[in-house]
Design a protein. Structure first.
Length: 304
């Protein structure tokens, strides 16, 4: 849940009405102001134990837009390489007076460790195959921008359903409303049992798992949400690729989203297709990251 002055670890537990209000507000927000008010003069630390382009740089820009300094921890050059624990690293940052910590870490338990260790709010920028609630807000804002609602939609998610934290977060958020979800993946990359159980309970019977992106699925899809196969988490299986046949069969009014980075599954030739909504992700991302940072720092939040 995203609340003023609190860590932002998960969207789970957010009342559907509050989430909808927040997403509708975000979807209509202009890009961050050139000279927004300064909440204070302190620094935001970013600690990325896994690679990142958009989220890491986006939070740097968002922090500066809010008048804060940025303290990026170079994990490889820090004492982490000497065996320093996450608890000790977070304690250093907290003792140095950071206003907030943006953390990405391969361990799903890392957010609990970091919030227990430090005295500042922590923003979950991805905890292993767990969640990436910042990306989930971006995805929801993009869906709301296009459809003006978060309900009554057919969402087809493809790729590494097992490891994709962005799929895990989005599927749980969309299950708060009345949507139909089709998961298309190699059989070895299906929804993990714990999340699958929860999702199935919330969705039944509106959740389907299959291994091929058929014409009939594509014809009724409103949102095609694609992901890459995550080789860094041991996946070696078949990607689901956007081919010319998929392009032709896909509902003309659909949008295609992808959290990025892409590999073979989403070819660059598709970028000129009007349904390639993923191209707008970076702009919406900056709006969302600025909003998240402002909120966890205790700034104004119109949804309170
Ligand atoms: N950037 C997203 C994430 O960090 C998606 C990905 O890596 O495939 O989860």
């Amino acid at each position: 849940m995203l609340s003023r002055g609190e860590s932002f670890i998960t969207l789970q537990g957010t009342p559907p009405e509050s989430l909808l209000d927040m997403v509708a507000e975000l979807a209509g927000r202009p890009a961050p102001d050139a000279e927004p008010p300064r909440p204070d003069g302190r620094a935001v630390a970013t600690a990325f134990y896994e690679p990142s382009t958009r989220t890491r740089l986006g939070f740097h820009i968002a922090a500066r837009a809010l008048g804060l300094d940025v303290m990026p921890l170079d994990v490889a050059a820090s004492s982490v390489s000497k065996g320093e624990s996450l608890t000790d690293t977070v304690r250093v940052l907290a003792d140095y007076g950071i206003a907030a910590l943006v953390l990405r870490h391969p361990d799903p338990e890392s957010m609990a460790v970091a919030t227990a260790a430090g005295s500042c709010p922590v923003i979950n920028a991805g905890n292993g195959a767990g969640e990436h609630p910042v990306q989930t807000l971006i995805d929801l804002a993009m869906i709301h921008r296009r459809f003006g609602r978060l309900t009554g939609l057919n969402i087809t998610m493809t790729g590494d359903i097992l490891h994709s934290r962005t799929i895990h977060g989005l599927i749980m958020a969309l299950s708060l409303y009345d949507n139909r979800v089709t998961l298309v993946s190699d059989p070895a990359l299906r929804l993990p049992a714990d999340l699958g159980g929860l999702a199935v309970r919330r969705y039944a019977p509106r959740l389907e798992e299959t291994d091929s992106l058929t014409r009939s699925i594509l014809k009724t899809t409103d949102i095609l949400y694609m992901t890459r196969v995550q080789t860094e988490r041991g996946s070696e299986n078949r990607p689901i690729i956007l081919t010319e046949q998929v392009q032709q069969a896909l509902n003309q009014d659909a949008i295609v989203l992808h959290p990025m980075p892409r590999t073979v599954e989403l070819p660059e030739w598709f970028d000129s297709d009007p349904r390639a909504a993923y191209l707008r992700r970076n702009h919406v991302g900056l709006t969302v990251m600025t909003f998240v940072l402002e909120t966890v720092l205790g700034g104004k939040n119109e949804n309170d």
